[in-house]
Design a protein around this ligand. Structure first.
Ligand code: GLN
Length: 441
């Protein structure tokens, strides 16, 4: 009731939820109450969760923030969503996002922007912007977001909450509408470390539908922690001064609590975004080929022939940014340019992975600010896609390498906008990230 009241009070303005499952959520709450009374309730009994519009939920709409999936209802639930239900969580609704997860501010949603609850003249961040604002404004306790290049961590930082992108291969992608399959991951967003841990424990692990899942190795406990930050990141010209100051205040705090902090070089900073955007657009152009007006959602009216049906459906259904990325991705995969762009980016991806793992052989974590600035003003970056892409500079490393990364609130800047502190760790060391976050609170 509390969360529904928050939705009633704020959703019209903030535009965080695209659909609210009011009756269903209340009925489930009552049923779970009875289970609790009889001692049969699951580990998430009564936890109120919102899900990003990229996740499928049986018999409910999923549109990936797009008009091309208008009217689509899923015939099955994503593994992560099903596991929440099995653990007796309550799904309260689905949340606004950039179309197919392509964006950093939520301004690329075909349902309009989500506004930041800290200051409604500013963006929520993206692409899981609705999911972040829903937690920020108390409309649910936890959101399930997705992160291909920062889409959980960036809006978490912009909205002053926590967001965890798990190791690639930890959470099944079954039922996640694909953007870039070798980068996509599903993860929780919440106010509290404990909630992230509870939800991750519940959604992770094998399910037979995603062959990229790996059994998590147990991570050895190391009492003495060493943490590294990348010099090229903290010295980056785009980094806002008060974010830099707040970051180094946290570094001092870590040192005072007995953690060794070292600075390291990372020679591939300038290659990070090109690698990410070449590979993700390539994968997206292939993944989005399935939206052709035949199987899912929107279909154009009165096409002349089959080719016309494909063309008009896609012309009408996809937004500008999605079209831009399909064209970029098709270009880098085309016969004449494949080696120059796609193969080259795969090679650079390997170099970035090797250098990052070399740092993590010596340090337990790599820390940085989550973003170089606080939330932009609405419309500030929409005219220049390259400026928009630059905002992902600190977050894409975790996706290029598949490593787990967590964004933790780091106070507010001089305009009272939230800032985020990012911790990236070794494969499957989510527990280490969460423990570090707990000691920093
Ligand atoms: N902003 C990045 C992009 O537009 C990340 C998106 C995401 O993680 N889904 O690709």
């Amino acid at each position: 009731q509390y969360h529904l009241a928050q939705i009633d009070a704020h959703n019209e303005q903030l535009n965080a939820f695209l659909a609210v499952y009011r009756e269903e959520a209340l009925a489930r709450a009552q049923a779970i109450d009875q289970k609790i009374a009889s001692g049969q309730a699951g580990p998430l009994a009564g936890l109120v969760v919102g899900i990003k519009d990229l996740l499928c939920y049986e018999s409910h709409g999923s549109q990936a923030g797009s008009q091309i999936l208008n009217g689509f209802k899923s015939t099955f639930s994503a593994t992560a969503v099903q596991r929440l239900l099995d653990a007796d969580a309550i799904i309260i609704g689905r949340q606004n996002c950039d179309e197919f997860g392509m964006g950093s501010t939520n301004e690329n949603s075909s349902f309009g922007s989500t506004l930041n609850f800290a200051n409604t003249e500013h963006v929520a961040g993206g692409s899981s912007g609705g999911s972040a604002v829903a937690v920020q404004a108390g409309m649910c306790q936890v959101s399930l977001g997705t992160d291909t290049g920062g889409s959980i961590r960036m809006p978490a930082a912009f909205c002053g909450i926590m967001g965890l992108k798990p190791t690639y291969g930890r959470v099944s992608r079954w039922g996640l509408i694909a953007y870039a399959s070798s980068f996509d991951s599903i993860g929780p967003m919440a106010h509290h470390v404990e909630d992230l841990a509870l939800v991750l424990n519940c959604i992770e692990g094998q399910d037979g539908y995603d062959s990229t899942l790996t059994e998590a190795p147990s991570v050895a406990y190391q009492p003495k922690k060493r943490v590294a930050y990348i010099k090229e990141i903290v010295e980056h010209p785009s980094l806002q001064a008060d974010i830099r100051d707040a970051f180094f205040a946290r570094v001092e705090h870590l040192i005072a609590s007995g953690i060794e902090v070292v600075s390291v070089d990372f020679p591939y900073i300038d290659q990070m975004l090109p690698t990410y955007y070449v590979l993700t657009t390539a994968e997206a152009s292939s993944n989005l080929a399935r939206f052709d007006g035949v199987k899912f959602g929107h279909r154009t009216e009165n096409p002349k022939d089959l080719m016309d049906l494909y063309k008009k459906t896609r012309e009408e259904g996809f937004g500008e940014e999605v079209k831009r990325r399909i064209m970029l991705g098709t270009f880098v995969l085309s016969a004449d340019y494949y080696d120059a762009y796609y193969t080259k980016a795969q090679q650079v991806r390997r170099l970035i992975q090797e250098r990052t793992m070399a740092i993590l052989a010596d340090a337990d974590y790599i820390i940085s600010p989550t973003t170089s600035s606080t939330a932009y003003r609405i419309g500030e970056k929409t005219l220049d896609p390259l400026q928009m892409y630059l905002g992902d500079l600190f977050t894409v490393q975790a996706n290029v390498t598949g490593l787990p990364a967590l964004s933790i609130p780091m106070g507010e800047d001089s305009n009272h906008l939230p800032m985020g502190f990012q911790v990236m760790g070794r494969p499957f060391d989510e527990a280490g990230l969460l423990n570090l976050a707990k000691t920093m609170q």
